[in-house]
Ligand binder design. Sequence first.
Ligand code: SAH
Length: 392
Amino acid sequence: MQKITLKPGREKIVRQGHPWLFSGALKTRPAAEPGTMVIVESASGEACALAFYHPESDIALRILTTNANAAADTDFWRARMQEAIALRKTCMPPATDAYRLINAEGDGFPGLIADLYAGTLVLSISTAGMERLRGTVIGLFQELIGPDAVIERSEGRARSREGLAARNETVSGPEKTDSVLIMENGSRYLVDVYGGQKTGFFLDQRDNRALAGRLARGMHVLNCFSYTGGFSVSCLAGGAERVASVDLSAEANALAVKNLELNGFRADMHPVITANVFDYLRASEEQFDFVILDPPAFAKTARDVQRAARGYKDIHMQAMKRLKPGGLLASFSCSNFIDADLFSKIVRSAAEDTGLRFQVLKFLGPGADHPTLIGHPEGRYLKGILGRVVQG
Ligand code: SAH
C-alpha cells in the first residue's frame, strides 16, 4: 500500500479522532488515483492510520481506521456494517420503519449515506474512496439487509468536488416511479425516493417531529419550510387544533397534502401554502401558539456564513413576532458552517431586537441513527433550539 507522510505533529489530529486531514497537513502530495487506500505515517515514519487519499481534493485524507495493520477488506467493511445495523436495532422507536443505516464518518464509512425506507434502501456516495468500494458496500447491503430495492442518489457539491459525476439510478429491484410508503412513530408518509430532496425524507428530524407532536396538543401551529409535511403530520397526530404549512416547493407541498390525508387530516382545514417563508411571515398578521422553522442550509460554504446569519436572524425575528405570549418556537439550522454557538447567538440577537424574553427549553439535534464521531464537530450539522417567548 502507498504511504503518505504527514508534517510533524499532524498525527495528533488523527489521534484526537478527526477523520479528515487537509492538504496542508501532508509533507508531500504524491500522485495517485483519487480515493486510493493508503497508509498514513507521522513525520517520524510511524504508521498511524489507513485512509482514502485524494491528490486534488481539499480533504486529502479521510481516515478509515487508526489500526494501520487492518486489512480493510470485505470482512472489515462487513463488521462495520454489522455494527451500524446493531446500533439501529437498539435505538429505533416502535412503529418506525425508516431510518439512516449508515451516517458516513459517524459509522466509519467516509462519504456513504444509506437510508432505509421500509424495504427500499437509498444510498448516496460522495467521496472517490467510497466510489471505489461501491460494489463491496452494495454487496454487503444485499447480504446483511436484503432490501427489496436499492436506489442510488449520488449527487451534489461534495461529490463534484471529488471529481465524480452525478448518478441517480435504480441499482436493483423493480424500476418504479411512485413513492415509497413509510411509517414513523405511527404516522405514515409517502417518500419520493427518486426525485425528493436529499434521499427523499429528512430522517434526522424524527425525534424532533415526535417532540413537536407531544407539545402541540390543542395548539395553532405554523410549520415553516414544511417540505412533505413531516412536522405538520406529527403535530396533528399529537392533537394540534390547526396546522398551516408553508414551503416554496409545489412538488413537496403536493406530497404534504397527500401525507395529511393519508393520516386522516383534512388539507382544507390545515392549509398547505406555496410561498417564500420570508415573504409569508412578513405579510402575515396571524398569531400562533407554536412556530416551527426548519430552513435549508443557508450557508453552503464558509464564505456564506455572514449572509446566512442575517437570513437566519431575519426569519427568527419574523417568527417571534408571530407568536402569542408564551408561544413555542422550534428552530433548526442544518448548515455545518453555523455551529451551535453561532446559532444560539443568532436566536439571542433576534430576541434582543424584538424586545422579547426567550426561554430555552431544550437544545435539539438529530436522532441516534445519525451518530457522529466526538472528534468530528463538522459532522454535527443539525442543531435546534426549542424555546418560548415571554414578554420582555
Ligand atoms: N421540516 C421538513 C424538512 C425541511 S427541508 C421535514 O421535517 O421534512 C427545507 C425545505 O425548505 C424544503 O422543502 C425547501 O423546499 C424549502 N425552502 C427552501 N427555501 C425556502 C423559502 N425561502 N421559503 C419556503 N420554503 C423554502
